[in-house]
Design a protein around this ligand. Sequence first.
Ligand SMILES: [Zn+2]
Length: 503
Amino acid sequence: MEKFYLTTPIYYVNGQPSIGHAYTNITADIIARYQRMIGNEVFFMTGTDENSQKNVEAAEKAGRADDIQGYLDEMSALWQQSFDTLGLTHDRFIRTTEADHKKAVEKFWQAVDAKGDIYKGEYQGLYCTGCEAFVTESELVEGKCQIHKRAPESIKEENYFFKLSNYRQALLDHIEKNPDFIMPKSRRNEVVSYIDKFMTDISITRQSMKWGIPAPGDANQRIYVWFDALINYLTGVGYGTDDQRFEKWWPANLHLVGKDIIKFHCALWPAMLMSAGLPLPKQVLAHGFFTIDGEKMSKSLGNVIDPLPIVQDYGNDALRFFLMREIRLGEDGDFSLSRLAERYDGELANELGNLVHRVLSMTEKYFEGEIPERAEQTAKAEAMKNYQANMDEFRLPDALEAVWKIVREANQFIELKKPWVLAKNEDLHELSDTMYLSLETLRVLAWLINPFMPETAVKILTKLGLDPGTEFAQDYFSGLTWGKLAPGGKIDKGEALFPRREE
Ligand SMILES: [Zn+2]
């Protein structure tokens, strides 16, 4: 058993979770469920980033200037509820206003300071409060931040700086020696070019802020939100509070991030860790952004989609399935409710739902609901290998495609074998083989779709007369051994997996 530590970004609480946030966390949840299924010990963490000036502005706007912490508590609880409704299985929901995080940040600061990487200097330049980042003229288009379409503020103050530029060569070496550090590979060039040409020392405190963690030894300065936020990945596994736990879990196996924050995770963060003398995370995987019906999703356009009503209409599994089918992980994509409806009707109801329904109906009809004798053939080995290789390397849509190939072949197999003809001709041996193979395929499918559609996996096993708890308690590799379904068991057809939707 290996350990697998997986994180998502932590989120500002100046708004509610959108379908974009749901996509990030559902992706992470699928990876976490798969890692648990193959027997690894998983720690999966998500949470909220609460020391940002943006949160303070949102609290003020909501008339809560006197009660910022109360506002943060409420908003953070809302995110937690939303993630719970989405059925996510993170092991910790971290908040950067928690006391153990403050301890971790202080310890980290002291380590970097002891290394001689913190110095006092004057910061003069541009700052985008949308990005919570210092920006340079070269990054602006018509004087505005490209992401937030607003002009940055001009700032001049005395701050503490981190000697980020000291780590230029070490970062470039690390990226070259670890070709899988940044994924997808197509993003590596932009990070390398930034480190090589643009990366400078950065200011890691702010004088004017009244919210955030005070700089150790200088109460007039608050720590820059990114410098504090990144450290959450250490706090979550005991840095500064529980050395044994920290030793066990760090470094992280995977940081899942959006493409907009890849530079923070592949330049600033590893440099911070090098400075503090800590090992680097194994991989950073950046997903793309998606548009909504071809348009950029933004608050100002008013097309931000709340995932919860979708889940109410279609269920969690259908949303998870759709996001993985529709959007190539690592690339940009488009989200559309009409495409969701199409995939639900076509792939879930007609393909998977119908497969399960017809196999169980025929088992009822020809074998009185009893699983027939074992067929001799072994099968699906190639598809299962393909699935696993893709899951191991986080190519989730390819893994799901491999599963869907099995679904389609299983439907074709029935068309080809025509159990209704076999029954009419009383070819019982062939009929028994056909039905056993089909039923066993459903059991294998339940395993393979489990990370993607956990509720559906449980339903399929229950219909096969198996106890999902017992089935999934098995070791993955023995659970997937072909022919495990015991003849003589009673199936339970029950209701349709994906009922037809009302128009
Ligand atoms: Zn911005």
